[in-house]
Design a protein around this ligand. Sequence first.
Ligand SMILES: CSC[C@H]1O[C@H](OP(=O)(O)O)[C@H](O)[C@@H]1O
Ligand SMILES: Nc1ncnc2[nH]cnc12
Length: 291
Amino acid sequence: MGTMIGIIGGSGLYEIEGLQDATWQSVASPWGDPSDDILTGTLDGVKMAFLPRHGRGHVHSPTTVPYRANIDALKRIGVTDVISVSACGSFREDMAPGDFVVVDQFIDRTFARDKSFFGTGCVAHVSVAHPTCPRLGAACLEAAQDSGITVHQGGTYLAMEGPQFSTLAESKMYREVWGCDVIGMTNMPEAKLAREAELCYASVAMITDYDSWHPDHGEVDVTQIIATLMGNADKARDMVKKLPALLGSDRAPCPHGCDRALEFAILTQPQNRDAQLVAKLDAVAGRMLGA
Ligand SMILES: CSC[C@H]1O[C@H](OP(=O)(O)O)[C@H](O)[C@@H]1O
Ligand SMILES: Nc1ncnc2[nH]cnc12
């Protein structure tokens, strides 16, 4: 099977440049409409897909991003590796605005989103102990370093519901008690859904601010975030351009098993499965369900 890199662009990253045969294509999903059309093309001989998470023109809030449709649509068009690029606040002095962090853990505090493709009539329990793919994360780290970006390896991302930013008390708790490194509003349930869909997933946080805990920086100011994002977006595009050469067009089975996550996860017996749900799972779990 060939590699197809899927980039989910967060706030400030609504398109990427340099794709050969670039086309915006509409992808229908049984899970609803994705955030936008998907830009497909080729870069250095590797197939690429780009989906702006909030839609072009920033239409979807973190709560209303159609996470299931997005992951389903990416898998449906053949994406094998998903890289999320997201604007994030920082809980660490040494992770400064302008820096990137290759996130490897999450704490999920979101509560108003559909978090699974599975449910009544087809129950599955996948492991998300290690929610990101180390192979893909390593490629992102190298791509960022090669682009001259100050990038940190590893970090815990607190996923909050939003859309309001954190209170000072929350910010201090996430930092001092829970030991989180960065905060954002969108990587959950995205990472969990990617695992259910047996896709490798890596997350690159572009630091835009110090959230509200920092005594010298006061509260989060979205105009400041946007200003930082404008500088970050070009860096993110540079990083993306380096990824195809690092990942290559031939794809071996994931050494960490991301592409086999459903192997022993589906508990509902074939005779007890809901036919409609099984049909909706054709792209996500067709390998296991034979749908
Ligand atoms: C523009 S500030 C808040 C907004 O930015 C982040 O979006 P994304 O993760 O898609 O880059 C954050 O999660 C909020 O949605
Ligand atoms: N401080 C912050 N909190 C949540 N999401 C963010 N996105 C960018 N900065 C953020």
